[in-house]
Design a protein around this ligand. Structure first.
Ligand SMILES: Cc1cc2nc3c(=O)[nH]c(=O)nc-3n(C[C@H](O)[C@H](O)[C@H](O)COP(=O)(O)O)c2cc1C
Length: 421
């Protein structure tokens, strides 16, 4: 019961309460079982010294508003979006990867909103331990989309009610194309059952205080995509994020996202629309917003390697002539250190930490594979070991910093890319 003494410490309990609504309700004995995972990577990463200030949980929300006309719903959708600052650069949902410390790192580097990883609505609503491990947030973690997968409207609502005081949208994942989604009958496999999709959106939007958003993939035929998107809007969605690939186009590196289809959805809908796919650096953000007319963009895979993408940094792959300004370089190892400090502040399961360290340091590990092997051999990670590993890598050298082209795009407060050239 390694966890129990920590939770008996009142300061420690306050810390955990501040970042996790489920833990707030747990007594020390109830929370102690979090320490019993047999795989150490499933334990929360806790350092010995807490560093987060205590915060109080949000007050309960009032009852959901009464039904309104379609016209009014569209107006409200825009008013809400504007109240959030019309965020243009959004961290996409990523299982095991868009967790609180990573979101906070991306926010420091230009992201103006973020999604949680997909949460399983049934497991989330039934299992307190799952909630405690998989959903944490803090006051600065806004605007926030909390994403669920679901195929039962009532279970989805139950799960959404738990998180609604802590987020700005409850999002439904209609885009996951993986085998696990086929087996669980959720994500993109609900594209075969649009009446169910409609009832999930209707039930949620009619009973929640926060707006509902949907993340979708496109159909092979544009007219099907447009009918689908319009149905979501009519069912009560306040925002739609469009990943411009079909359910069968699973490999993002192999298939370019279809920005024309995203533009067609944007033109057809009256609510805010976000574009997803092909965002690898800040020029892509500008090009995508111009091409599609979308209200913002989501980025996923590139952010994992380069969490500073939205601040204008790019990896060597996208370096252009004239970018070699050493003064503007940002070392990925320093980003890892920043991320580790955020993990100490906002504990998450070690498997998430491990995943980010691999992705952010991928280039260095290719130069020094022995260090990657040492990391893989560590069945139980500690912050001390990770900090030491990063220091050793830096001493070995060979990492290529992220570059920012000082003559190119800059970001403004709402994340809109603007040229200062
Ligand atoms: C590691 C990883 C995990 C992902 N998990 C989710 C998820 O939980 N929910 C979701 O809707 N999409 C998920 N996606 C898909 C992304 O949100 C995004 O739609 C997709 O990667 C395309 O964006 P990109 O071209 O910027 O990578 C995931 C992608 C990656 C790389």
């Amino acid at each position: 019961m390694r966890f129990a003494p920590i939770l008996r410490n009142p300061r420690r309990r306050r810390l955990l309460r501040s970042v996790n609504p489920s833990l707030a309700a747990m007594s020390p004995p109830a929370a102690a079982h979090l320490a019993t995972a047999s795989d150490p990577d499933e334990d929360l990463c806790l350092s010995t010294e807490p560093v987060a200030p205590a915060e109080e949980a949000s007050p309960p929300l009032p009852a959901p508003p009464p039904p309104v006309s379609a016209e009014e719903r569209v107006e409200r959708a825009w008013a809400h979006w504007r109240r959030l600052g019309s965020p243009k650069m959004v961290v996409a949902p990523m299982v095991d990867n868009s967790e609180l410390p990573f979101r906070m790192l991306c926010r420091r580097y230009g992201a103006t909103a973020a999604y949680t990883p997909m949460l399983h609505s049934r497991i989330f609503s039934e299992n307190e331990k799952h909630r405690a491990m998989e959903f944490t947030t803090c006051k600065e973690d806004r605007p926030l989309f909390v994403q669920f997968c679901a195929n039962d409207p009532d279970i989805l609502l139950q799960a959404a009610k738990i998180v609604e005081p802590y987020c700005d949208y409850v999002d439904i994942n209609f885009g996951c194309p993986q085998r696990i989604a086929r087996r669980g009958y959720y994500g993109a496999f609900l594209m075969d059952n649009l009446p169910l999709v409609k009832s999930l959106v209707q039930n949620l939007s009619a009973n929640l205080h926060v707006p509902v958003s949907c993340k979708i993939r496109i159909f092979p035929r544009l007219e099907d995509t447009l009918a689908y998107a319009k149905m979501l809007e009519e069912a009560g969605a306040s925002l739609v994020a469009v990943h411009g690939r079909t359910r069968d186009e699973k490999d993002g590196k192999k298939f370019r996202a279809d920005w024309d289809a995203i533009k067609a959805v944007k033109d057809a809908l009256r609510i805010p629309v976000l574009a997803n796919g092909n965002i690898r650096h800040l020029d892509d953000v500008k090009d995508c917003l111009e091409h599609t007319g979308a209200d913002g963009v989501l980025s996923a895979e590139t952010l994992l390697e380069n969490p500073a993408l939205f601040a204008g940094f790019r990896t060597k792959e996208w370096k252009e002539n004239g970018d070699e300004d050493e003064a503007s370089g940002l070392d990925q190892a320093d980003l890892v250190i920043e991320y580790l400090k955020l993990c100490e502040q906002y504990p998450v399961p070690w498997r998430m930490v491990r995943s980010h360290v691999h992705k952010m340091l991928g280039d260095w590990f290719r130069v020094h594979p022995q260090v990657r092997e040492e990391l893989n051999a560590q069945s139980k990670l500690t912050f001390e070991w990770l900090h030491d590993m990063v220091k050793r890598l830096k001493d070995l050298g060979g990492g290529i910093p992220l570059y920012r082209n000082n003559n190119a795009l800059q970001t403004t407060s709402n994340g809109l890319a603007a040229s200062n050239a």
